[in-house]
Design a protein around this ligand. Structure first.
Ligand SMILES: *Cc1c(COP(=O)(O)O)cnc(C)c1O
Length: 399
């Protein structure tokens, strides 16, 4: 392979670009994870993660695992064999979580969806009302469905559950939304939040998280699904002192300490969320100016993390992706599951700024033309105008 000068554009919706500072923080001698210095690191990152979950009073555990591990942990710690869970088919990741639950021996009721909308609070409310025997033990929703670029309205789902008085636990997958889209574990009374390191947290893959409410913790005392590696009790017992029951991913925790400083102390979560919203809006304006369609249908559910773009019939989205990779050294997300060949996904989350987005959109615009997709070459201009307007607003305020 000949060398390709400059940086590869990694614009998939996770793993995301890792800031140089975080890479440098990881590049540090591994320490004794049972030694005295480790406790400070362990306690620090757990406290920082609690702030990312919006200053939760709940518990946080950190696994050396991909997000899928934290999905499994949420279920095996709280449920018993044969128990029923209610899930919503928002897209590929919801389908994977459903499959995982079924493989664990849970009975899954899957509310069907068209992969263009978020979880439907009314449908969830209807199902819970019909469950007179309270057989449903958990409602599980993917917050930001990474296969579609659709954000489920978690507060509305919470209200729907509350309206029925049903005691089911509420579990939310925030793997591609935490630290990029506003999310509040305590305020929205979520029982288990699932998260991962390689998206909004700007780390390489390899860490995942459960944020745990007191109700979920109580459920874990009687839940009977087998668990050992994922067991909360030992994680929490060791976590009190800043330690882990087994070897943690020490160097990734150095990286997490750095990214938490950047997110919480230096940029601030509200500014992080606003930046992602801005980039989502700029991207959607570009898509429409090209004459293409965004997959997400409901403006209340647009994602700040990524945009799934539909290619016109007869134009294979994966071919567009290949043309862009070959010509411009940029990776875009493929269409997952039944969206294969029909959409490509532009990731705009993590360590990202206006000009990186403009480079990304320029690559997409040129690539669409190269691939022979009939588009108007006006998307970059539309995004640029929006970003300039956004830049003028705070400048005016400062003046
Ligand atoms: C990335 C992602 C996952 C899967 O996480 P892994 O780290 O690949 O195991 C699950 N859910 C959502 C919403 C995701 O974006």
């Amino acid at each position: 392979m000949p060398r390709r000068a400059g940086r590869h554009f990694l614009q998939i919706p996770g793993p995301t670009n890792v800031p140089d500072r975080v890479l440098r923080a990881i590049d540090f001698p591994t320490m004794d994870h049972r030694g005295p210095d480790f406790a400070e690191l362990g306690k620090g990152v757990i406290a920082g993660m609690k702030r990312v979950f919006k200053s939760t009073r709940g518990e946080v555990v950190i696994y050396p695992a991909s997000g899928t591990g934290a999905w499994e942990a949420a279920l095996v710690n709280t449920l018993s064999p044969g128990e029923r869970v209610l899930m919503s088919e928002t897209g590929h990741f919801a389908a994977l979580w459903q499959k995982l639950a079924a493989r664990l021996g849970l009975e899954v009721e899957f509310i069907p969806g068209d992969w263009r909308r978020g979880a439907d609070p009314e449908a969830i409310e209807k199902r819970l009302r019909a469950d007179g025997e309270k057989r449903i033990k958990a409602v599980c929703v993917v917050h930001n469905e990474t296969s579609t670029g659709v954000v489920s309205r978690i507060p509305d789902v919470r209200r729907a559950i509350d309206a029925t008085g049903h005691p089911a636990l509420f579990m939310v997958d925030t793997i591609s939304s935490l630290a990029s889209i506003d999310y509040r574990h305590d305020e929205w009374r979520v029982d288990v939040t699932v998260a991962g390191s390689q998206k909004g947290l700007m780390l390489p893959p390899g860490l995942s998280f459960n944020c745990i409410s007191s109700n979920a913790l109580a459920a874990s005392k009687t839940a009977r699904l087998p668990r050992s590696y994922w067991a909360w009790d030992e994680m929490l017992a060791h976590g009190k002192g800043g330690y882990f029951p087994y070897t943690p991913a020490t160097n990734l925790l150095y990286g997490l300490r750095e990214s938490l400083a950047m997110l919480l102390e230096e940029e601030g979560l509200d500014a992080v969320f606003a930046r992602h919203q801005r980039h989502g809006e700029a991207t959607r304006r570009a898509v429409r100016a090209w004459g293409l369609e965004v997959l997400a249908l409901d403006p209340r559910e647009y994602s700040g993390s990524l945009t799934a773009v539909m290619t016109p019939a007869g134009h294979d989205a994966d071919r567009v992706r290949k043309v862009i990779l070959d010509a411009f050294d940029m990776s875009l997300g493929t269409g997952l599951g039944k969206l294969g060949g029909k959409v490509f996904r532009i990731g705009h989350l993590g360590d990202f700024n206006d000009l990186a987005l403009m480079g990304t959109l320029a690559g997409v615009e040129m690539g669409l033309e190269l691939a022979g997709v009939p588009v108007k070459a006006e998307g970059v201009q539309a995004a640029m105008e929006y970003l300039s307007d956004c830049a003028k607003a705070p400048a005016r305020q400062a003046a």
